[in-house]
Design a protein around this ligand. Structure first.
Ligand code: PLP
Length: 448
């Protein structure tokens, strides 16, 4: 590709394309976007021909890796047979039924019903309506409030940004009323003498305190990502989820697991709910469901909520033109087949262990305050001083610089404030981990 072409595209991009989560003016000052043109396995290429290791699997989603022709073939087959039909008004399509059956079989016991949407945001938006409708049908319409957590991320529609932590609040009338947030189980960020397990119990206890403050009869549900992702990759202590579940049960509060990132193998299990023995009433899935090859998401609804809606309710007045899109469903089915047949969940566990061990090698670096992670999720938290621990007052400026140095070293790592995030494709090998860490260390040295 010619450089002139790249330059022209960058200018058109700046002139016409409003990117999500982007300061366009700042992007312009930096010369514009890096344009990605192709990808294979765990690598992407930019328009200038640079080969870059994708340590983020796109946006935590390309679980099977890039370039899997089987998915393109599945899409083409379905497009040639039935490119579109809806699941409104008493119709369905073969792939949407088969995928619902697969999802019911693969997710934890009791989650047997699937409601489709097109993104993680839409799935979580659907959940908010669904749980409130459930309580209306149960004769407790005053149960409206949904409790989420600081550092939580559940999407960027007005409703799901409200559901997300305060870092998503403040623009465009968000948060809406009806949402409440408690602290995250973020040990490294906490000023505490407690050990991890005691801290986990204390962090969960905040849920009970909030329920009592709000009035148990007002609380509809609690939502959490089993491992918090884009709010800073926060791995909960082992004690946390058990206590959260006991509290939800005690007050009849529905438990929602947002597995948009953690689903489909990322933590070394099919779903992180298995890892922490979480038995959610509802679960949301997206990203790894199709490995990002096409947009699709799903709410997996447990029997308790589904039976009420099906048997006590009438029509649930909710859905999208593309809910259960047959091409997306066909691609998701092929994606799940590949994850299962190629043992990618097991690979995520094995290579994930290696990643976690190798990440610890970075602890000697003067910028690194903590490394943490689970499976093929990793985080490197940068600090101004290790002992006593001091975070950067510039809040994110150093992380952004480190991310830019990574890119210059042909590595994609994401920065959440001053925490560097790793979430690569699940087909990552130990050699990929070595490549990633070598480039990461160079980027840390350049940042320092
Ligand atoms: N939930 C979680 C845990 C996420 O990480 C994300 C996106 O990063 C979402 C929901 C929203 O998904 P989407 O961007 O597909 O709307």
């Amino acid at each position: 590709m010619m450089n002139d072409n790249a330059q022209n595209l960058r200018q058109s991009d700046l002139a016409h394309y409003m990117h999500p989560f982007t300061d366009t003016e700042a992007l312009g000052k930096e010369g514009g976007a890096r344009i990605i043109t192709r990808a294979e396995g765990a690598h992407i290429w930019d328009i200038s021909g640079n080969k870059i290791l994708d340590g983020m699997a796109g946006l935590w989603c390309v679980n099977i890796g890039y370039g899997r022709k089987e998915l393109a073939d599945a899409a083409a087959r379905q497009m040639n047979t039935l490119p579109y039909y809806n699941s409104f008004f008493k119709t369905a399509t073969v792939p949407s039924i088969e995928l619902a059956e697969q999802l019911a079989a693969r997710t934890p016991a009791g989650l047997n019903h699937v409601f489709y949407a097109n993104s993680g945001s839409e799935a979580n938006d659907t959940i908010v309506r669904m749980v409130r409708y459930y309580w209306e049908l149960e004769g407790e319409a005053q149960r409206q409030i949904i409790i989420g957590r600081n550092h939580g991320y559940h999407g960027s529609t007005s409703v799901t940004a409200s559901l997300s932590g305060p870092h998503m609040h403040g623009q465009g009338g968000v948060p809406l009323p009806g949402f409440s947030h408690i602290a995250a189980p973020y040990l490294f960020g906490a000023d505490t003498e407690l050990d991890a397990e005691a801290f986990g119990i204390q962090a969960a206890q905040a849920l009970e305190e909030r329920i009592l403050e709000l009035g148990a009869d007002k609380v509809a549900a609690f939502i959490g990502e089993p491992v918090q992702g884009s709010g800073g990759m926060i791995v909960p202590p082992a004690s946390y989820w058990g206590k959260i579940q006991r509290i939800c049960k005690k007050y009849g509060v529905l438990l929602i697991a947002d597995e948009v990132i953690t689903g489909f193998g990322r933590t070394g299990k099919w779903f992180a709910s298995e890892l922490y023995d979480i038995k959610p009433d509802l679960m949301t899935l997206a990203k790894g469901l199709s490995s990002g090859y096409l947009p699709i998401s799903a709410v997996i609804v447990g029997d308790r909520v589904a039976n009420t809606i099906i048997h006590k309710g009438s029509e649930f007045v909710h859905g999208f033109t593309y809910s259960g899109h047959p091409v997306s469903c066909a691609v998701a089915l092929e994606n799940i087949r590949i994850i299962a047949d190629e043992g990618l969940v097991e690979n995520a566990a094995t290579v994930g262990d290696y990643l976690q061990t190798r990440l610890r090698d970075l602890k000697d670096h003067p910028l690194v305050g903590e490394v943490r992670g689970i499976g093929l999720l990793g985080a490197i938290e940068l600090v101004q001083s290790k002992s006593p621990r001091r975070f950067f007052e510039t809040k994110g400026e150093v992380g952004t610089r480190c991310r830019d140095h990574c890119f210059a070293n042909s590595l994609v790592m994401r920065a959440v404030r001053d925490t560097m995030i790793i979430s690569p494709p699940l087909m990552f090998s130990k050699a990929h981990v070595d490549e990633l860490l070598e480039k990461a260390r160079k980027a840390l040295d350049s940042t320092w």
